[in-house]
Design a protein around this ligand. Structure first.
Ligand code: URA
Length: 438
């Protein structure tokens, strides 16, 4: 057999020809080890950007990336490990609510999460506003926390998918991030390497999402579900709306407060609804129920019994956090200054510039511009209105929390400009835009 040459792989991809498993493995292996230079890999990424990859090649790429590093398995926790992933949004505290809720329905959850960057937050940052909460559990502690509480959330450990770290950094500087097969293989490889056997995806779309256009978000969801089917990791995706913040709170401690209220059955409608929909999919994947309707019913029953907040309490305690935050919210970090944003005219909320809201929260200190930045856990905002709401002039539409009056006043002005109020009445936004399953 002829030796594989990177030049030929780039040419084949550029000309839209299929790559073999051997060629994809050669490429990823060589790039991870450093025998293939950045300039050739950048050319290949650009070829993929323009020509795409077949479904088979995308699945091969995913598995080649998985095999570039450590692959975790969790035999102690049983055969099926269901994981959930969100492509990221503004005010997206879904994981904090969903996982204890699903655990309350009898599914063991062992989750690895990340930190936030830019206008979207990360689960670890939100949880780090709970005094004492530890993410750095070793394997034995992690398993013990899952056994004790039914769920545990830790930071990523080990050398998972080194190919993705290198490739993502290269894509970031070569304008090739925005390629569906590259995004899909990047996300799925990380889930699989962390040990997920079944996956539920929340693919967000709209002005606060990474994938703004609905058609592209659907394509991303389909591509990831297809990868899952091809490699034997059953995957379901919901495509959901990010044209307004999820719930009200945007910012770490504020989001924990809102998550606690939701786990007590008193949360915002959209957040509760999304957790019911994703939770039902997780119960299907775990083999507990046969349909989304049955899954919702089970989740509503456990909520009726008050079980989700008890799972959250057990998780916090098992990971060294102070569970008194559930009853005493003032134990969470609080910003020293809080001011209201008000509507300057009467009318209907026509549009919320969601990415801008995320960026305002970031500028207040709730998020990071660069990975090494520190964050202010008490800072952020609560957006109190939704698209379609009828508003009176002078009504409070948001509350802004920050470190000093100047920063908060500045943010209030920006929030007022990010919530468009017009005479035209508009329909409330649909939350769940598509379900993709095989
Ligand atoms: N998120 C990821 O994990 N990978 C991508 O390529 C894009 C977004």
């Amino acid at each position: 057999m002829n030796a594989v040459r990177v030049y030929d792989i780039i040419t084949k991809t550029r000309d839209g020809h299929r790559l073999s498993r051997e060629e994809i493995r050669f490429l990823i292996d060589g790039y991870t080890k450093g025998t293939i230079p950045d300039y050739q890999m950048a050319a290949w990424c650009m070829a993929v950007y323009f020509k795409g990859l077949s479904a088979e090649a995308t699945a091969e790429l995913t598995m080649a990336m998985v095999d570039s590093g450590e692959v975790l398995t969790w035999p102690e926790l049983g055969e099926v490990l269901v994981d959930k992933h969100s492509t990221g949004g503004v005010g997206d505290k879904t994981t904090l609510v969903l996982l204890p809720w699903v655990a309350a329905a009898g599914v063991k959850i062992a989750k690895m999460s990340g930190r936030g960057l830019g206008h979207t937050g990360g689960t670890l940052d939100k949880l780090s506003s709970i005094p004492g909460f530890r993410f750095d559990l070793d394997r034995a502690e992690f398993i013990q926390a899952v056994e004790e509480a039914g769920l545990a959330v830790v930071g990523q450990t080990g050398n998972l998918v080194p190919a993705d770290k290198k490739l993502y950094a290269l894509r970031d500087v070569t304008a090739t991030v925005d390629s569906i097969p590259l995004i899909a293989s990047s996300i799925m490889s990380k889930k699989i390497a962390a040990g997920a056997s079944r996956i539920v995806l929340d693919v967000k779309t709209g002005s606060g999402a990474f994938m703004e256009e609905l058609s592209r978000a659907k394509l991303l969801a389909e591509t990831m579900v297809d990868i899952g089917a091809k490699i034997g990791r059953r995957t379901t995706a919901l495509v959901t709306n990010m044209d307004q913040p999820l719930g009200h709170a945007v910012g770490n401690a504020l989001e924990v407060r809102e998550a606690i209220a939701t786990l007590q059955g008193e949360g915002p409608e959209d957040l509760t609804e999304l957790c019911l929909a994703l939770g039902a999919e997780m119960l299907i994947q775990a083999g507990k129920v046969d349909s989304p309707e049955e899954g919702r019913q089970v989740l509503l029953e456990v909520m009726e019994k008050g079980l989700p907040i008890e799972r959250f309490r057990a998780m916090v305690a098992a990971q060294g956090g102070d569970p008194r935050i559930i009853e005493e919210a003032e134990l969470l970090p609080q910003a020293p200054v809080c001011l209201d944003a008000v509507a300057v005219s009467s009318g209907y909320v026509n549009r919320i510039h969601t990415k801008r809201i995320g960026l305002i929260a970031m500028e207040l200190g709730a998020g990071r511009r660069r990975i090494e930045d520190d964050i202010d856990l008490g800072a952020g905002l609560e957006v109190l209105v939704k698209v379609g709401d009828k508003i009176e002039a002078g009504q409070v539409i948001a509350r802004v929390y920050g470190p000093n009056s100047e920063a908060v006043e500045n943010a209030v002005r920006k929030v007022e400009a990010s919530i468009e109020i017009g005479d035209r009445s508009v329909e409330p936004l649909s939350l769940i835009l598509a379900r993709v399953s095989r």
